[in-house]
Design a protein around this ligand. Structure first.
Ligand SMILES: [Zn+2]
Length: 417
């Protein structure tokens, strides 16, 4: 049996029992603590109470789904793996595209490396948008609950998922889409017993419901039951999140939005600058494509003739109420570990309670039936990192990242605490 596997410069020990890494989409730590306090999540309560180890980790910026899922499965930040949004402006093609194509992924995944070395690997994701990235070059089982009724042995490494799970294929906007992931994961652990399993949910509930609300607690109770079952089946379990989630509205329930394209159009002329919102994905009903992170591509005239023109523009954006940070490309790439050639001339981050839009008329907010909750900023960077094992004492100075999940589950869990 192989011993160590090195992926993207980090070594991982071969597992001596199955490892399940769970990315709970949009899991602000308070969802867990509130569910535990309410008595809805006894298993997670035991982990927090000393049966496991729990730390607060930083997710990668922007605090969106694709960059973070890819960081978790590659063990490195977006500056290395290249996936820096759900959506981006592709300079090679001169067009705005979804960032869900493996051609944009620059490195291999831990999942692929273990599968190629002979481990039995399974990946289940709620939304199909992540499936091809997560399953890139991986041998084994890989499917989404969104398209669970379309799996084939050739494409997904498994058949008849719906029959085995015993649930109909859920709506893409539902708690059940994530429940399907967990129930399928438990079924796989009972029968196929993968050596390595990655489960990735959707943040539909977190976009809709604050920590401690009955809807949120029900969701965490569902996870808790399934996690407890995975523990019974002997798995090491690591739980983390791709990003947190915060309320982005005023006391009147209306979202706090800065329509940055409109502001730049008024200042520079119609469509001179281009605002890109990397939160954009095919599923925007629950957040209206509004998050706390935006990229601005400037016209060449903003760079020349005098370099101070860009600084002046950056300063005026930074002065808008609700904006937290505006950085130039190089500085943003360095601070947020992003690939400079895949971000804008300016990177704009809004504060905890504020989101950034393009133009007012380009956002359909009719689907927001509850006040907006969203993510994308540094205010959503703190996420849980939990394991159902005690681990050796770590330096107090260690900056934990959500992409330490496999290091935690494969390396640290194997050492005596
Ligand atoms: Zn997410």
């Amino acid at each position: 049996m192989p011993t160590d596997i090195t992926v993207n410069g980090r070594a991982y020990r071969w597992m001596d029992r199955p490892l399940v890494v769970v990315c709970v989409d949009g899991c602000q730590f308070e969802y867990i603590t509130a569910a535990v306090t309410a008595g809805a999540a006894p298993y997670l309560g035991r982990l927090l109470g000393g049966a496991g180890t729990s730390v607060i980790a930083d997710c990668v910026m922007p605090s969106f789904t694709n960059p973070n899922n890819l960081s978790i499965v590659t063990g490195v930040p977006p500056s290395v793996h290249g996936i820096c949004g759900n959506y981006f402006f592709d300079p090679e093609r001169g067009e705005e595209v979804m960032m869900n194509d493996p051609r944009l992924l620059r490195v291999g995944t831990i999942l692929a490396a273990f599968s190629q070395a002979g481990a039995k690997v399974a990946v289940i994701t709620a939304k199909d948008k992540l499936r091809k990235l997560l399953g890139h070059r991986m041998k084994g089982i890989c499917f989404s609950s969104e398209r669970a009724d379309q799996v084939t042995l050739a494409e997904n490494g498994i058949e008849n998922v719906v029959g085995r799970v015993g649930m109909p294929v859920p709506s893409v906007y539902s708690a059940e889409l994530s429940e399907f992931v967990f129930v399928a994961g438990v079924k796989l652990m009972e029968r196929e017993r993968p050596d390595l399993m990655y489960l990735s949910t959707t943040d539909y509930i977190q976009h809709k419901a604050a920590p401690g609300t009955p809807v949120a607690n029900d969701f965490y109770a569902m996870m808790d039951r399934n996690l407890a079952r995975l523990e019974e089946l002997g798995a090491t379990i690591v739980i983390t999140a791709d990003h947190g989630m915060n309320a982005k509205h005023g006391a009147d329930g209306q979202p706090n939005v800065i329509y940055l394209q409109d502001i730049l159009d008024a200042r520079l002329g119609e469509s001179k600058a281009r605002v890109i919102l990397p939160i954009t994905d095919p599923y925007v009903v629950h957040h209206g494509a509004l998050g706390s992170f935006a990229l601005v591509y400037l016209p060449a005239s903003a760079h020349l003739p005098e370099p101070t023109a860009q600084d002046g523009l950056a300063q005026s954006i930074a002065a808008l109420p609700g904006i937290e940070t505006v950085l130039g490309r190089a500085e943003a790439a360095a601070r947020f570990e992003l690939p400079p050639e895949r971000i804008g001339d300016l990177v704009v981050v809004s504060r905890l309670d504020t989101v950034i839009g393009t133009s007012r008329d380009r956002h359909d907010l009719s689907g927001l039936d509850v006040p907006l909750r969203s993510h994308g900023g540094t205010s959503e960077q703190k996420v849980p990192l939990l394991i159902n094992r005690r681990i050796p004492e770590q330096p107090g100075t260690r900056r934990w990242r959500n992409f330490d999940a496999f290091d935690l589950g494969l390396n640290l869990a194997a050492r005596p605490a």
